[in-house]
Design a protein around this ligand. Structure first.
Ligand SMILES: Nc1ncnc2c1ncn2[C@@H]1O[C@H](COP(=O)(O)OP(=O)(O)OP(=O)(O)O)[C@@H](O)[C@H]1O
Length: 253
């Protein structure tokens, strides 16, 4: 169970009437979305439709000139509530796995015996026992990405924004990391951008398909059963073909 330091329930996120242009081209025009608190929402859509930009809006990126509102829970902005993970979350080459996982706490001057114990617990839960004092060069790509996931989880923020976190991994490692992520983020509000409909069906309580110009919501889905779902389960296979078709139609929308 995910245990954010802040005792409050993980908030929902509401994007209301978002409009944003890049170089005179409208990316979003009066876009509204609601994402459930304590749930994992997977966002799918064609390349360039604005998925990463949406995540950046939720993260409170200061350099985006937009109108509309991004609200967390009953009010307020989210920048202090979010942790971020992308596919390029390289570990610093000179830090051991343990120090990488503890990096945020160290930078904020918050290192404590409890934090160290939590880091060790996460490392063990992720199947990395014995690698605590290894540098990234001694870890496989999948192990490094597990380290990046643990570093994100150590932030103990109620909202976790993930931008294609598993896309650079081989199929087997990806499934393992998806399962680990689902297990360790129970209770958090997770927004996961992915290109992979199977990943969305395995991990999402909710799935949002975006498409068109300016981008709009083409479809929302709520697959049955708790994530992570088995790739071969009826909940997943029953929705896969339709979701793929929706995405392909969205490319042309
Ligand atoms: N800072 C910026 N300045 C100008 N244009 C930008 C900027 N950031 C993004 N864009 C443009 O906005 C569009 C959406 O970009 P974004 O990265 O959000 O898309 P995406 O759906 O995440 O794409 P992908 O799936 O390929 O990662 C793209 O056309 C991109 O070139």
């Amino acid at each position: 169970m995910y245990a954010p330091a802040t005792a409050q329930a993980a908030p929902g996120i509401a994007l209301e009437g978002i409009s944003l242009d890049f170089e005179g081209r409208p990316l979003f025009a009066d876009l509204s979305l609601t994402l459930g608190g304590g749930r994992t929402t997977c966002i799918l859509g064609p390349s360039g439709c604005g998925k990463s930009t949406l995540l950046k809006l939720m993260a409170g990126a200061p350099n985006l000139d937009f109108s509309g509102q991004v609200r967390f829970g009953s009010g307020g902005t989210g920048s202090t509530q979010v942790a971020w993970m992308s596919q390029n979350d390289l570990l610093l080459p000179w830090l051991t796995l343990r120090d990488s996982v503890l990096l945020g706490a160290r930078l904020r001057g918050e290192l404590s015996p409890e934090k160290r114990a939590r880091a060790l617990e996460l490392i063990h839960e992720a199947g990395l026992a014995g690698y605590e004092d290894k540098l990234p060069e001694a870890l496989s790509g999948g192990m490094r990405q597990r380290g990046a996931l643990l570093r994100t989880l150590m932030e103990e923020r109620p909202v976790i924004l993930m931008d294609e976190p598993f896309s650079a991994l081989d199929a087997l490692t990806r499934v393992r990391l998806q399962n680990l992520s689902a297990r360790l983020t129970v209770g958090a509000t997770v927004v996961l951008v992915t290109h992979d409909p199977m990943e969305a069906l395995r991990l999402g309580h909710d799935i949002i398909v975006l498409g068109g110009t300016p981008v709009r919501v083409l479809e929302t889905m709520e697959p049955a059963g708790p994530p992570p779902r088995e790739a071969g389960s009826s909940e997943v296979t029953g929705l896969y073909a339709g979701l793929l078709r929706r995405l392909m139609n969205g490319e042309a929308a």
